[in-house]
Design a protein around this ligand. Structure first.
Ligand SMILES: CCCCCCCC/C=C\CCCCCCCC(=O)SCCNC(=O)CCNC(=O)[C@H](O)C(C)(C)COP(=O)(O)OP(=O)(O)OC[C@H]1O[C@@H](n2cnc3c(N)ncnc32)[C@H](O)[C@@H]1OP(=O)(O)O
Length: 189
């Protein structure tokens, strides 16, 4: 029992009526995010809305992402999967954080690789959002390098306000664009 199998009574995911159209870039949820933000040491990952409750994202493995010589670090690849899965929030207009992430590393990923990621929600049960993701080398149809199953848990904005370091939370709360973005996720139809 891994906690990654949707229980009886789980339902199909619902695409929010105001979700970005398929192909539309999702942008960063926070400019200091390691995954999608504007950080020199980050992944610089850019995600786009897909069909249904799915997203795609591209990420180029840089020299700063190595584990073994010339190869991507597994933790960095897991972070890229995590970020892509996190982008599914935009399609559902709920805020959710990773509870569990199980990753299969299927083949090594060399530095310089353009990794094409895809993630989708498979089922929802209360606050629990069951998702899967994959990463392919070179093109969306390229060789499979990564596979993941995940459980995200829906939270309120207060999750960040109560738990984040005061310095960054105060700055985020003083930024009207950031507040607007965060609150938009909490208004459901
Ligand atoms: C204006 C200022 C603010 C600005 C805000 C900015 C906008 C933000 C927008 C978007 C942000 C998205 C960011 C995406 C980034 C990429 C994704 C990440 O990396 S997220 C970071 C890594 N993850 C964590 O840090 C979670 C740490 N964990 C926790 O905080 C808690 O454990 C949490 C919230 C996950 C659950 O805690 P509970 O107290 O709320 O709920 P309980 O009752 O424990 O769990 C609910 C249900 O889920 C199951 N569950 C929880 N964790 C599980 C696990 N690991 N495996 C299996 N089941 C689990 C439980 O068994 C329970 O199930 P049953 O309802 O009883 O059936």
């Amino acid at each position: 029992m891994t906690g990654l199998t949707p229980p009886e009574g789980a339902t199909e995911p619902v695409r929010h009526p105001d979700a970005p159209a398929p192909g539309e870039p999702l942008g960063a949820h926070y400019d200091q995010c390691f995954g999608c933000g504007d950080q020199s040491r980050g992944l610089g990952l850019s995600a786009r809305a897909g069909e249904g409750v799915s997203v795609t994202a591209d990420f180029t493995v840089g020299a700063g992402h190595q584990g073994a010589p010339g190869l991507a670090h597994g933790g960095v690849l897991a972070a890229a999967l995590d970020e892509t899965l996190g982008s599914l929030n935009w399609l559902q207009r709920v805020i959710a954080v990773t509870g569990r992430l199980e990753t299969d590393f299927v083949r090594p990923v060399p530095v310089g690789t353009e990794l094409h990621l895809e993630a989708r929600v498979t089922a929802v049960h209360g606050r629990k959002i069951y998702c899967s993701a994959a990463g392919r080398i070179g093109s969306p149809d390229g060789p499979l390098a990564l596979r993941a199953q995940a459980l995200f848990i829906e939270v309120r904005v207060d999750h960040f306000i109560e738990n984040g370091r005061a310095e960054e939370i105060d700055a985020a709360l003083a930024d009207p664009d950031q507040v607007k973005l965060a609150r938009a996720f909490e208004v459901n139809p």
